[in-house]
Design a protein around this ligand. Sequence first.
Ligand SMILES: *Cc1c(COP(=O)(O)O)cnc(C)c1O
Length: 398
Amino acid sequence: MEQLAIFGGKPVREKQIFYGRQFIDQDDVNAVVETLTSDLITCGPKVTALEKKLCEVTGARYAVVVSNGTAALHLAAMAAGFTEGDEVIVSSITFAASSNCVLYCGAKPVFADIDPETYNIDPASVRKLITPRTKGIVAVDFTGQSVDHDALEAICKEHGLMLIEDAAHAIGTKYKGKPVGSIADMTCFSFHPVKTVTGREGGAITTNDEGLYHRLMRLRTHGITRNPEEMVHPTDAKWYNEQVELGYNYRMTDFQAALLLSQLNKLPKFSARRKELVKKYDEAFADMPEIIVQKEIPESDTTRHLYILRLNLELLTCDRRQFFDALYAENTCPQVHYMPVYYHSYYEKLGYQKGICPNAEKYYDEVMSIPLYYSLTDAEAEDVIHAVKKIVDYYRKS
Ligand SMILES: *Cc1c(COP(=O)(O)O)cnc(C)c1O
């Protein structure tokens, strides 16, 4: 048996690779440089062009581009009308921003458990949490797989709830043939560098509702409007604009929009490569009972953002921490996505207690994300597989 690097053996790889990274080519660089010398360099024509492009990619009627994914979630939660006294049901396995946006509005996040095989929000768990105070759901397309829209829509219709889809992982994914972004009341995207396409930072909200669209546009710029129909004191003075509610400065720069337009041209090839790599990993792990492969959702044609390596701890003598550290030492550096949000000490202080989402808590003890990104080569993916096998061989219960 090969000696593990963590115990002084030779690592599978000499150079470290990480779970995710951006891909920037010369076209991207040129697009940004051109924009630097144009007339409007923030929230100008490139942002408008990006909004049009996002409508094409997602099939949504409207898109509002903002400074990052968290800003997108914040504005969506405001436009949904979440406020003090309201409850909003949120996926428990997600980045904290998915529920922080509910807190920003003074409302209370209520955490739903995950499906134990797909790791997406479980509609049956959502149903059990509904009270007269429930106003909406923030559902995450975890790792890029679409949430169960049919089930969630039925719940929303029955109880008059607003569905915000956190699609930070899911640009390029389709649910029953419809692109993510055209289905929920509002869908939020992130363009952080680890996501499938990047604008350095960036975010967007898509919607088919004209009212929500105008509200989101206004909230993006301080709550200020130039539309006389939205004003309390309308006038035809050319200089006049009016702040009619409290908004923010969540504008994106035109350089970032130019980068994103160039990145979105590559989305089909980004998607295809990610699918290939997922298939390669799935096949390699299919005959290893120590590794549990994430269940594919048949309705979702998925552009995968993360590859989750889940350990079957009953068959191993190590725990997740030991496996993670061993893999790190082999220089294929993983990350964990995610701890249940309510484990964060801030949420603990708000009164959330362990034990509320058993599937999410078990999941968290068993997982890590392994490298998945467009420029990952076959040889690198094989190194990752080799490292996983090496560690499984070492810790396998005999
Ligand atoms: C990345 C991410 C966000 C936040 O996006 P930013 O652009 O980093 O603000 C929100 N939700 C999920 C699920 C994410 O992965």
